[in-house]
Write a protein that binds this ligand. Sequence first.
Ligand code: OFO
Length: 166
Amino acid sequence: MLSKKMEKAFNDQINAELQSYYLYLSMSVWFTSQNLEGFAGWMKIQAQEEMAHAMKFFDQIHERGNAVKLQAMDTPKATWKSPLEAFEAAYKHEQYITGRINNLVKAATQENDYASNSFLQWFVDEQVEEEASAMAVVDKLKMVSDHPGGLYMLDREMAGRGAGGE
Ligand code: OFO
């Protein structure tokens, strides 16, 4: 069973992952409004990944014999000045999530909770990928800068993201 402290921390993380889901879904809506369907699709897949992250914590809490407590969600930001600003925000958000995961590992270590520590290692690795994939798009957007032709090509490339995510 999880300690009360870890139970609360895992429930808070369900909420954080769902907020990530909501943020990227909101970005997907915004990209659609900008006629950038490739970016919109990429963000939709990213949102689905975030839902899967939330469900990993959800299932883990139940597996440990604890109680899931769902919390209120914040309304996500809905507009960005440019695709670059949106992806810079996504990258910053992933850094924030990495910080949260690291704090969870710290808490599990302090509690001698080896099972949680092992469970969290998947997220430690995942965050390396999450930051890298957001940063890769930031770099590409900086390359195309304000050239509509480049942005059009990049949008087509973004449409290639498979259902498995990257
Ligand atoms: Fe984007 O990794 Fe979960 O939140």
